[in-house]
Design a protein around this ligand. Structure first.
Ligand code: TGC
Ligand code: FAD
Length: 397
């Protein structure tokens, strides 16, 4: 007979294939055995271990939903479950994976030439080559369509573009071997994607200073990209896309990952708060878990995690069936990030003063989830995307 499982209250596992469950288990084992023991020191020291990408590559976790080119070719659901397991440990580790897989690899896979895919994707899939994604600029975050970075044709060298401009808040930029950078073509004013390979940039044309002393996502390295007439050959310009459709197609994939990932972080907060509340006693030897107000906090978090996971699985299935729309992805990215952030803040209260110690992990998730709610389209921006779809009225401008 059916049994209630607080870790999967609405039995989302019933919706998964045996292969998807096996992939999730592989990812979970890796994350719990190899990532969890590293996270405290990484977060304290603001240190991202570059080897993590190679470890993930060896397990087939990078670009996992891509077919061929050294990638695993699994379902969007399986890929989401991998993301969920990584973010159960830390949103910063998931960030490092997202920019490699969903942003850099997806862009090259969707819009690159066959030659480009064969040249670049296997290295990225193995994690031996690291990638990042440069869209946001110092003056243009929520409104990337106003970007100032330009690509102009080299005055004398045919087939070469010169990129000039700055990108900021770029995950992995200081360590990335290549960057998928979005710039406006000077001749047309249209946004195009360029793969900038660090090793091919002359000194002084491409700099990637780190942004230090972050208050969140400290186990992920973040930086800027400054380009000053940085030469990029036409063979590294994505040929098949023009305009914001390019970066947003990559973002559809990454936002889907975040919808799953944020639920992993929330589930970790819930499991830790539950355990703490069972052990901690206040007032006549009663565990906190016995008090109604504590139980409500746990019930709310379990409910939101269960609903959010079901919604993510549904939209991922629709994506594989070719029936998902960007608005659906906006809805689950927004809702799951909002609920993860809100519940993690409430669950933090269960720990009392101990929440202040990083050894209880909850404060780290809370700080991280603020960023997760902000990047890849801040929550209110997704509300406006949905509002536009519901009313037909544009609120941005
Ligand atoms: P809008 O008029 O809406 O659209 C312009 C063109 O783009 C197309 N498009 C999409 N295509 C595919 N998928 C989507 N989701 C799309 N959304 C829009 C659209 O069809 C149109 O095409 P065309 O051919 O007609 O030109 O453009 P807008 O300028 O009004 O956009 C406004 C808005 C708010 C929707 C958009 O700019 C937005 O989403 N802003 C949020 C910015 C954002 O998400 N930045 C993310 C940066 S990357 C990042 O944060 C990585 S963190 C990674 C990590 O560490 O995990
Ligand atoms: P702004 O656009 O200035 O927005 C500030 C506030 O105003 C937000 O709350 C926003 O919702 C609100 N707002 C803006 N416009 C409107 C409006 N029309 N109506 C109502 N409210 C509005 N970017 C990349 O390209 N690549 C990366 O790898 C990457 N990694 C990141 C890693 C970290 C740690 C962080 C913090 C950010 C990263 N980003 C990355 C950037 C991220 O995508 C942006 O920070 C985000 O899109 C928001 O842009 P902004 O910070 O410029 O905020």
């Amino acid at each position: 007979s059916a049994v209630f499982n607080w870790e999967d209250p609405l039995a989302a596992a019933e919706l998964l294939t045996a292969e998807e469950l096996a992939i999730q288990e592989t990812a979970r084992q890796y994350c719990q055995d190899k990532l969890q023991p590293r996270i405290l020191e990484a977060y304290r020291n603001e240190d991202y271990d570059r080897r993590i990408l190679e470890e993930m590559g060896e397990l087939g976790l990078l670009g996992a939903s891509i077919e061929g080119y050294g990638c695993a070719g699994v379902s969007t659901v399986a890929s989401g479950l991998i993301t969920k397991e990584v973010e159960r440990v830390d949103s910063g580790y998931r960030s490092g994976m997202s920019v490699q897989s969903s942003l850099a690899m997806t862009g090259i896979h969707e819009f690159g030439t066959e030659e480009m895919k064969e040249r670049l994707l296997p290295g990225l899939a193995s994690g031996k080559v690291s990638g990042c994604f440069g869209l946001t600029e110092p003056n243009h975050g929520s409104d990337p369509g106003s970007m100032e970075t330009v690509a102009r044709e080299h005055p004398t060298q045919k087939g070469v573009y010169l990129l000039t401009g700055s990108k900021t808040w770029i995950t992995n930029s200081p360590i990335a071997d290549l960057a998928l950078v979005w710039a406006k073509l000077e001749s047309t004013g249209k946004i195009r994607g360029f793969v900038v390979e660090r090793s091919k940039c002359p000194p002084g044309t491409y700099e990637t200073p780190a942004i230090k002393n972050k208050t969140a996502l400290r186990a992920s390295i973040t930086g800027m990209i400054h380009m000053d007439d940085c030469p990029v050959g036409v063979e590294n310009m994505l040929p098949d896309v023009e305009g914001l459709t390019g970066p947003f197609t990559c973002l559809n994939s990454a936002r889907m990952g975040i919808a799953f990932g944020s639920m992993g972080a929330l589930e970790d907060c819930l499991a830790r708060a539950r355990e703490y509340s069972l052990e901690r006693k206040q007032f006549k030897g009663n565990p906190l878990a016995k008090y109604q107000l504590i139980q409500k906090k746990l019930a709310d978090a379990a409910t939101d995690a269960a609903y959010g996971t079901l919604a993510a699985v549904q939209v991922a299935r629709l994506k594989d069936a070719g029936k998902a729309t960007p608005e659906m992805i906006s809805m689950i990215k927004r809702q799951n990030c909002d609920r993860a952030l809100q519940n993690s803040r409430i669950l933090q209260e269960v720990f009392g003063g101990n929440a202040t110690s990083d050894e209880y992990h909850i404060g780290r998730h809370v700080a991280n989830l603020f960023v997760v709610q902000t990047y890849e389209g801040q929550s209110d921006i997704h509300a406006l995307i949905l509002g536009r779809a519901i009313t037909g009225k544009q609120a941005f401008v």
